[in-house]
Design a binder for this molecule. Structure first.
Ligand code: GLU
Length: 432
């Protein structure tokens, strides 16, 4: 943890104007300690859960279109496999760090446990701006990364999936590279693949589908009607854009959306089909006719019923939590809210559906894809959707129960519930 005076690096602000900058991993550990204290966790269990079991850094060469070779940094963090093989996505982003990937792998551990999946938690990343690569460079980068981490992954060891700026095409290259190394097709080594090579129906929209289901459940508990609710969505990648689609289908009015270039606002509501077509055409949601352009910061502070942060970490901090206008925050992104912000939001009566529950639909459908790969028997869209619905509603009910039982906020309730399962598995396995 580093403390800087007068330098703004996206951390939280205290009343003395000291700015505290912490890595996502420090934040993850703080959340873990908070839950551990609330549940009186065995200190030996906490000692194990404070750090990943393995973090692999690889530096691998990629031939660029110019003919020159560039060396990229790739990471795979394997946090905990007490409940099953490590599971979690791979992100391509210029700001990826080892500490960020470690945090994301910790969050995957809780997420898998909350959804009741037979998985542990893992995460990967490559430090790269994929938007600056040609398709050929992206393919060579993806194959290079996967072959560099091949010895630690596998369908019963560690199963990667998409995350920020990776998609089903990247997963197809991962699977193909691993299959070549293995000498036979290994569809189950990666999830989020295209349908034609072992993907599952419903995987592309699963994160948002899961989010819309838990938002529906939370609205019932809070006594709000989703049919008259207004929504703002920050981020228009896979999770954000499909959240727009599902929440609109459930009757909500999405009044604002944004992407990395900025956002748009229309009090009359934004139609998913129009905005997504505009983004496909222009590369951004900005400058959509009949709307005001707004900044990402302004979007977060709008006076709406539901705010869906669906971009990156550290968006709602001690700095802006006092100005969040929403009554319910549903975290489609991983780690968008800092612990300081959680306290401020809690004090103001804003309910936060934490990432480890709100976006668990993605990994849940990854699990369904993996099961289909292992059995080589494929389900219909409605079978997949029904299974996802069952998992998400049960996960929501358990987390809500844990919050009430332990008299804590939803995030801490979710952590307590997850840690209980992971700790139990570690105990019977004889780790503690
Ligand atoms: N990257 C997604 C997440 O953060 C999905 C992970 C997976 O499907 O394994 O939950």
């Amino acid at each position: 943890m580093s403390v800087k005076r007068g330098v703004s690096v996206g951390g939280s602000v205290t009343s003395t104007s000291l700015e505290v900058t912490r890595s996502p991993f420090d934040i993850g550990v703080q959340q873990l300690e908070r839950a551990a204290a609330a549940m009186d966790l065995d200190p030996n269990v906490l000692e194990i859960l404070r750090r990943p079991q393995r973090v692999l850094s690889v530096y691998f060469p990629v031939r660029m279109d110019s003919g020159s070779v560039r060396v990229f940094h790739g990471i795979r963090s394997q946090y905990n496999n007490a409940l099953g093989p490590y599971k979690g996505g791979v992100r391509y982003h210029p700001d990826v760090t080892v500490e960020e990937v470690m945090a994301l792998s910790m969050w995957m551990t809780w997420k898998s446990a909350i959804a009741g999946l037979p998985y542990g938690g893992g995460k990967g990343g490559v430090v790269v701006n994929p938007k600056a690569l040609s398709r050929g460079e992206l393919e060579r980068l993806s194959r290079g990364y996967f072959s560099a981490i091949a010895e630690v992954v596998g369908p019963h060891r560690d199963i990667p999936a998409p995350d920020v700026y990776t998609d089903s095409q990247v997963m197809a290259w991962f699977m193909d590279e691993y299959s070549k190394i293995s000498g036979h097709n290994v569809f189950g080594v990666v999830t989020g693949k295209p349908l034609i090579v072992g993907g599952s129906l419903g995987r592309d929209t699963a994160t948002a589908r899961g989010l819309s289901l838990v938002v529906g459940e939370a609205m019932k508990k809070l006594g709000f009607d989703l049919g008259t609710a207004s929504v703002a969505v920050q981020g228009y990648g896979n999770a954000g854009s499909y959240s727009h689609m599902f929440l609109e289908r459930m009757g909500a009015t999405v009044v604002a959306v944004s992407d990395s270039k900025g956002g748009i606002l229309s009090n009359d509501g934004l139609k998913y089909s129009d905005v997504s077509a505009h983004k496909r055409k222009t590369g951004s949601v900005r400058d959509f006719s009949g709307c005001d352009n707004i900044t990402n910061r302004e979007l977060l502070e709008l006076d709406v019923d539901v705010l869906v942060p669906a971009a990156l970490e550290n968006q709602i901090t001690g700095k802006n939590a006092g100005r969040i206008g929403a009554r319910l925050v549903a975290e489609a992104a991983n780690g968008p809210t800092t612990p300081e912000a959680d306290d401020i939001l809690g004090g103001r009566g804003v309910e936060v559906i934490p990432d480890v529950l709100a976006n668990a639909g993605g990994v849940t459908t990854s699990y369904l894809e993996w099961v289909q790969n292992l059995q080589s028997y494929y389900w219909t869209a409605s079978e997949v959707d029904a299974r996802l619905r069952d998992v998400m509603t049960a996960a929501f009910d358990w987390v809500w129960w844990s919050k009430e039982e332990n008299e804590v906020d939803l995030r801490t309730g979710a952590y307590i519930y997850a840690i209980m399962w992971v700790a139990e598995a570690m105990k019977v396995r004889g780790w503690v």
